[in-house]
Design a protein around this ligand. Structure first.
Ligand SMILES: [Zn+2]
Length: 296
């Protein structure tokens, strides 16, 4: 479990999201057996996802899909307004570093697109897509907020991995200017860019997240929400049964004849669901297509 703080600062002309995602990232490492630079890219995408999720309300949700044409393949993250986030990558066993630093850019690639799909519980999904600028997720999402949401933002992400491959610190901050922000606010935030640039150091030095806000804004901020965030997948045996049913009767007869069972693995959380012959026969009742005696 992690903590996300939502705050207003600089006389409410600036909105801040601050997330500690070390547990979320380590849960993903455990479930997906991620190598460090794959963990760094997925963890950072989940960190941005969970902060964007905090901008939603009720049952609204969003999906981030990144395809940089790099060794990691696609990066998919789902997040919602309730602090749930889940995600997976195309290839878990990739790792690149440069001068002993994890190399996100090489891992992700920088020749492709970032898609953000929002389900605002309206008739249509709201999708926006931007070309990847650098492969550095903090910079690319800064560009996303400016280009797609017309919101000037400052994003910093930080991570530090232990030798055992798990994250020791992980998190991010997203600072957004409200429409009434002034030139002075912009200058003030620019003077903090250097401080924010080594965000992993801030997370290490200030385990109490509120103290990071104090360091940036002095006393000129107030917290409007502190919420728990977690890696949480809502998959279930029933949901995947629906997926099997939708394959149609012929496919299910085939599974029964060949394997007498079926096994489904959830992409997002790697949970494995087993269906025995009896259960598959039950699903036949709801599947479309011809019954076996009608096929021959
Ligand atoms: Zn799942």
């Amino acid at each position: 479990m992690g903590i996300l703080i939502k705050a207003l600062a600089l006389n409410e002309r600036v909105r801040v999201y601050l997330a500690n995602t070390v547990d979320i990232t380590n849960e993903a490492i455990k479930r997906h057996d991620l190598w460090p630079s794959a963990a760094s890219v997925l963890g950072k995408t989940m960190t941005i996802g969970v902060m964007m999720g905090a901008m939603l309300k009720g049952d609204e949700a969003l999906t981030i899909k990144i395809d940089g044409n790099g060794p990691i393949g696609n990066v998919i993250v789902d997040a919602d307004a309730k602090g749930n986030v889940r995600g997976y990558v195309g290839r878990e066993h990739v790792h690149f570093d440069k001068k002993n630093m994890i190399d996100d850019v090489t891992t992700l690639g920088c020749n492709g697109y970032i898609d953000v799909i929002k389900d605002l519980k309206l008739k249509d999904l709201f999708t926006s897509s931007i070309p990847i600028q650098t492969g550095d997720l903090a910079k690319d999402f800064t560009y996303y907020f400016a280009a797609s949401e017309q919101t000037p933002s400052l994003i910093s992400l930080g991570s530090y991995f232990a030798v055992n491959g798990f994250a020791e610190v992980f998190g991010g901050i997203l600072i957004q200017l409200m429409p009434n922000a002034t030139e002075d606010d912009i200058n003030y935030l620019e003077s903090k860019v250097e401080l924010l640039s080594s965000f992993s150091k801030l997370l290490t030095t200030y385990p109490q997240q509120e103290n990071i806000l104090k360091l940036i804004f002095g006393e000129n901020f107030h917290i409007i929400e502190t919420k728990e965030i977690q890696f949480n997948c809502d998959c279930s045996k029933e949901k995947f049964a629906g997926g099997i049913t939708s394959l149609g009767k012929e496919e299910i007869y085939d599974m029964i004849a060949t394997d007498h069972k079926a096994e489904v693995v959830c992409h997002y959380c790697k949970e494995v669901y087993h269906y025995n012959e009896e259960e598959l026969k039950e699903l036949l009742k709801y599947a479309k297509g011809n019954n076996k005696n009608e096929i021959n």
